[in-house]
Write a protein that binds this ligand. Sequence first.
Ligand code: GDP
Length: 545
Amino acid sequence: MSTSGIAEAESTEIAPPPTEPIADPFVFNGETMPGMRDQVVTETVETRVWTEEVGAADGSPPRSPDRDPTYRNDPATPPYSAASPGSPPPESQQLSDAGAIIQGTLHSELERVQLAREVDVRAAFAGLPRVHSHWTHRYMKILVVGEAGVGKTTFIKNLFAAYASDPKFPVADTPARGARKASLQSAFQDNPESLCTEVVLQDVERRVCYHYRVQDTPAFGDGKDLDSDQAAVLDHIRACNQAFLDAEQDPGRRSPLASHPDPRVDACLYFFPPHTCRANDLEFARLLAAAVPLIPVLAKADAMTSEELAGQRARVARALARHGAQWTFSPRALAEAGAHDGPPFAVVGSRDMDLAVGRFWPVRRYPWGRVEALLTRHSDLPALRRLLFEAAFEDLKENTDARYLDFRRDQAAPGIVAVVTTPVRGLVKLAEWGFAVAAVLWLSQQAGPLLTDPKYRQRKLEDVREKVDTLATNVRETADEVRAKSANAVGTAKEAAQNLTSTTRDAAHRANRVLEKNVTSRERRMEQERRLRYESRPFWRFWGE
Ligand code: GDP
């Protein structure tokens, strides 16, 4: 159809079907996203032109091979059934009705009925019903974990760079760098929302609001209290599930659950520092992977050469696979996001913006060149963003739902240990109460006469005194007995010592005598040798020894 045809039709009294003004389909914080707008507006304009051309009289769009998969198999669809499947209707056919009206040739009742019938037939086969949808909200929450200074905050800033117009885009972080660890710890435990950065994107066309959230966590692995760092993050994941469960089961809830913010964690990005893959990191990654999909990130990729980066990538992937701690993306999602090298994803981040390139273009400048954080050749950050927020969005949400169902089942039906121990615990509690009641009864029985009857009280006191006397006598006798026994033991020990001394002295005497005997025989031997030497001396040796 030519555009002149439309212009001709519009010049008559017959107005074209009413069209809505074109809305900007992607809006971030009230601002249109340029790339997305171009893409979606093009589609909208095409749709509208198509509607003006051959749409039904009620304004509903015509059947289109692109929109309605059943179109090609439907022979009853006039007048396109004659056309080759998949191609738009011939121009002459589309213009026939409008041309007839314009030329004033459509006057007879029969023709009017025929045209009305044709319009009804078209409307009847106009495709799927088009329900006017309300706005829905979709949530994606990502946890960022790693040691202090590994580049988490910078990464969050750069991750949202595509959506933010302001280079000073605020990241939820503790402002005081001095007391960073302590303040992060307490802020995370008291109010994790204070470390959560959120962007909201509106897809006007599909009427969906996407809430992307990135939750910063306290620095991990500086060697002080690893266990409490780990426990805080794992508790947070559990608390998020619990919050969703509370909202789900809240009897006072007055709106559908779908309209409530979803606090559940969908994925965890674990930041490995360059060049190292420590046992602490692997252990924590293993614990996290049991709770959420774990996506390894190699931080500060620009600090490694290509060979070192390849080595680090392989080392981390191998170690995580050994620990069974790595979430597997579908090949479709990886291909769609253009993530050819990851996971692990090697990222570069920077707070330094190159304002000449665009409104938000983070770069790291060095004397020998520059690294651009959003350049696919330099950093996996753009691929990772596409993967998380677009290509693998539904996969991650499905996984979150499946994990949540497990969590809900565990909460609703405690394990076998609990099933066994709960009645036992109940019995123990009952016994405790029984003892307490019996003790109170006994005391009240005993205390009644004690308080009211002086004779009884006197008798009881004498009883007690007698018992105390007996006890004291017993103690005294026992002490005497112990003293006598210890004196006995001392005597025995002294006797044994004397015996030992005399035995030792005898042994010494005997040894002395043996020694003396040996000395005598030695002297005799020496004398004999001397005499022998003297007798066998040469004739000229006239002097003695
Ligand atoms: P966090 O403590 O983990 O939040 O780390 P920060 O985001 O505060 O970053 C700590 C320092 O590392 C800052 O000076 C950043 O400029 C720097 N940094 C962040 N990302 C990178 C990177 O990819 N490469 C290099 N070389 N430095 C980075």
